[in-house]
Design a protein around this ligand. Structure first.
Ligand code: C2O
Ligand code: CU
Length: 404
């Protein structure tokens, strides 16, 4: 049971009984062992979103059977990369994640300077007046991906976050929603982006708003300006991801309040550690995302087919591949690949700058546009790729890369 809105309780599914589930903190090179027991009435798995690991630990149905009710599974692997990751089921993902099954992992490596750190989980939930989770979205809701009117910041509605004036606040952000994009903003402050899905970026950049599609992470530093008692709204700014989703007003997520003794502001970093560039030449293969109807039913397709009928892509171990991911539909799709990071090397055929080639595992392919992605494959096995709007994945926008 959880309580999101005044006085009513909501039955949720959670890891260790909370929503969000636990935050696991570790450092690069640690071995993570998770003794998983399924106390749900249906089968499930845990997928470790963004972690590079052996395929049999990846928690997808391509590599393991669902853990049955009452069953157990031992997940164990080494944490190879620093960054902010998350975990969630890969069985009926749309329903299981919506019910509350997600948690986060911070893996520390070489770290930048900051005064205070907050790991943030952004989500939304669709509640009935009774407090129960509304699992039957209307047609529009299913097409655009399930969205709820109740926005959650670390599982709470409109919480207040406290920090001291002058502090450098490090926010690690992940969007765990099924369908909602978060366009994150803190009034009166600039966000310095120092990292994303695959850890720290080489060239940090400043922005006023930061767009996160489901599955994406960003690591930002904020130099807090103002005096004790000042309050700043943290909001979700409108963004049009298709089907007029961008028409509403900005929505409040949380309040940042300055409290305690002022500290003298430190300088924000403008350089991060060097990172590899996945820039060898390789043949370009295309992956086409689209929506339509198959046998009169709403369908989301990859190369014209629906999962599990999408032809798998075979890659020899150790090869780098370049995919042009083209979105022919009228809405954005967050494209996610398991088990590797990639770099965006072109947008609509125009090469990106080196500064934009940081490591990602989930990226927004905007409506009617394309991204060219370069990615290495360093583990054998069957790896899923899919739209991270979970309703779209479940309605067919999912395929496999088989590394042999
Ligand atoms: Cu976070 Cu295959 O997903
Ligand atoms: Cu999608």
């Amino acid at each position: 049971q959880a309580s999101f809105i005044g006085g009513v309780s909501t039955e949720v599914w959670g890891y260790n009984g909370t929503v969000p589930g636990p935050l696991i903190e570790a450092k690069v090179g640690d071995r993570l062992k998770v003794h998983f027991k399924n106390a749900l009435p249906e089968g499930t798995t845990i997928h470790w979103h963004g972690l590079r690991l052996p395929a049999e630990m990846d928690g997808t149905l391509a590599m393991q059977n669902p853990v049955p009710p009452g069953g157990t599974f031992e997940y164990e692997f080494e944490l190879r990369d620093a960054g902010y990751f998350w975990f969630h089921p890969h069985v009926m993902g749309d329903l299981q994640v919506q019910r509350g099954l997600y948690g986060t992992i911070v893996v520390r490596g070489e770290e930048p300077g900051f005064d205070r750190e907050l790991a943030v989980v952004l989500d939304d939930i669709r509640l009935l007046p009774s407090g129960a989770i509304d699992e039957y979205p209307d047609d529009e809701g299913l097409a655009i991906g399930r969205e709820g009117k109740t926005l959650l910041f670390n599982g709470h509605v409109l919480p207040t976050v406290y920090a001291q004036p002058g502090e450098t606040l490090r926010l690690r952000l992940v969007n765990t929603a099924n369908g909602r994009f978060f366009n994150f903003r803190i009034a009166g402050h600039t966000l310095r982006v120092i990292g994303s899905d695959g850890g720290l970026v080489e060239q940090p950049f400043d922005t006023e708003t930061l767009l996160l599609s489901p599955g994406e992470r960003y690591d930002v530093l904020v130099s807090l300006r103002g005096d004790v008692g000042d309050r700043f709204a943290i909001t979700n700014e409108p963004y049009e991801r298709g089907h007029d989703t961008g028409l509403g007003p900005a929505l409040p997520l949380a309040t940042l309040e300055l409290a305690g003794d002022p500290v003298s502001a430190g300088a924000l970093p403008d350089g991060g550690p060097p990172q590899p560039l996945f820039s060898e030449m390789a043949p370009i293969e295309s992956i086409v995302l689209d929506e339509g109807t198959v046998d009169g039913m709403l369908a989301f397709t990859i190369n014209g087919a629906q999962h599990p009928d999408v032809t798998p892509i075979t890659v020899p171990l150790g090869e780098l591949r370049i995919f042009e991911v083209r979105n022919d539909s009228e809405m954005d799709h967050p494209f996610h690949v398991h088990g590797t990071f990639f770099q965006v090397i072109a947008r609509d055929g125009v090469p990106t700058s080196v500064a934009e080639r940081f490591l990602k595992d989930t990226v927004i392919v905007q409506q009617k546009s394309s991204l060219t992605l370069s990615m290495p494959f360093e583990e054998v096995g069957r790896w899923m790729f899919h739209c991270h709007i979970l309703e779209h994945a479940e309605l067919g926008m999912m395929g496999e890369i088989v590394v042999v």
